[in-house]
Design a protein around this ligand. Structure first.
Ligand SMILES: [Zn+2]
Length: 385
């Protein structure tokens, strides 16, 4: 992680670099910033910078052996601790070391912009909340006792210090106060008021503000080159990069769901040639489970919209533009002859996907039922009584 890949936060970056160059390196630092501000990536970029073999004035080189390992979050002197809980793979006594592979994959996926919810989602633990356990504190202490393998500074990154169990923080107090030479402890937190006073008082504070609107806007425009969309997402994101990404993903997903749905319904409406419908089913079966569910939920929503239009409640329909035109054209064919059954088969398909049904068979079956139901709907339009 290089500073240049972190959105905005120029002042924080400069302050970190200046303090390091001035020889004022505090050995325990607390990176405190709200969700989506980049406190964790800043801490990682700082750790990479102080260990880089040939840093520039403003950044690590990104190219030396040390940087390369840091960029994979896999330097032997970079140690991560974070909230964990029991998972399918770790059924008891969870701790950070047992989930390092998942953690590295997760960080790579999010360019270091971690949030608690997305981390727990990634682990697939539902609504369970994580903790940094006393077992983790014991691991930290034993890591400290060893010499660095190859780095100038051994780095311990503790993400979401709010989640430090009290017993764990008690165990760490002495270590936080006097880490061994050439060791950096970088604590990362979102909410100061939730930190134990004993932890707060032992670390030098690095305040990370929300990302400014111009910085988020600039980044969005560089990525997506659509100024109007970038403006609207910037307003909604309120300085939170994770929120901006989520909004963008939802927009993309909803657009692609619409394209898939209009394609599918057209194929089911005019089933003269089954080859394209078969291809459609094959394509759907290759998407991930979450994408398949998202498509089916979107289909269900569109059917509900059609029913609202049919019953003179068009004001309930949130779709706009071509999506609305499509639903309006299609609405007459969703009627008494098929509406309950269509809702039923879509709900059932969602139910089965959640239980790992074979996707190709499921979509083939669903499409054939839909062809019949569309036929019944068409007949009803011609002869409603
Ligand atoms: Zn380097």
């Amino acid at each position: 992680m290089q500073f240049e890949h972190i959105v905005g936060q120029q002042e924080v970056k400069e302050r970190l670099i200046t303090s390091f160059r001035g020889g004022r390196l505090a050995h325990t630092q607390l990176f405190l910033g709200p969700e989506g501000s980049g406190a964790l990536p800043l801490a990682i970029a700082f750790a990479q910078f102080v260990n880089c073999k040939q840093p520039t004035e403003t950044d690590s080189c990104g190219d030396c052996p040390s940087c390369k390992k840091f960029q994979k979050y896999a330097h032997p002197d970079l140690h991560f601790y974070f909230p964990t809980t029991t998972t399918d793979a770790v059924k008891k006594e969870p701790k950070s070391e047992l989930m390092l592979t998942e953690w590295r994959t997760y960080l790579s996926k999010n360019q270091g912009y971690a949030t608690q919810n997305s981390w727990y989602d990634f682990l697939g633990v539902g609504n369970k909340q994580g903790t940094i356990y006393v077992r983790d504190a014991a691991d930290i202490i034993s890591k400290m006792a060893l010499k660095a393998y190859e780095a100038k500074y051994k780095v311990i990154v503790v993400w979401m210090v709010e989640k430090l169990h009290e017993s764990a923080s008690n165990k760490l107090l002495k270590t936080l106060e006097e880490p061994p030479d050439n060791t950096l402890i970088l604590l990362v937190a979102e909410r100061f008021e939730l930190l134990l006073p004993t932890v707060r008082s032992r670390a030098q504070l690095v305040k990370v503000p929300k990302i400014t609107d111009p910085d988020i806007f600039q980044w969005l425009q560089d990525q997506y080159s659509d100024a109007t969309a970038a403006q609207s997402v910037t307003r909604q994101a309120n300085g939170n990069l994770n929120a901006a990404l989520e909004i963008l993903n939802n927009v993309d997903e909803s657009q692609s769901n619409f394209i898939l749905l209009s394609q599918w319904l057209r194929l089911c409406y005019k089933p003269g040639n089954f080859v394209p419908l078969h291809q459609f089913n094959q394509e759907m079966s290759k998407l991930g489970r979450e994408r398949q569910k998202s498509f089916l939920k979107f289909a269900l929503e569109s059917i509900h919209n059609s029913l609202a239009i049919n019953h003179g409640n068009a004001q309930l329909v949130k779709s706009t533009g071509e999506e609305l035109t499509f639903v309006q054209k299609f609405a007459p064919y969703i009627n008494k002859a098929n509406q309950i059954k269509i809702v039923g088969i879509l709900n059932q398909a969602i139910f089965h996907i959640e239980r790992n049904a074979h996707a190709a068979i499921l979509f083939t079956d669903l499409s054939f039922q839909m062809v019949d139901l569309m036929e019944a709907g068409k007949k009803f339009v011609k002869n409603p009584f």
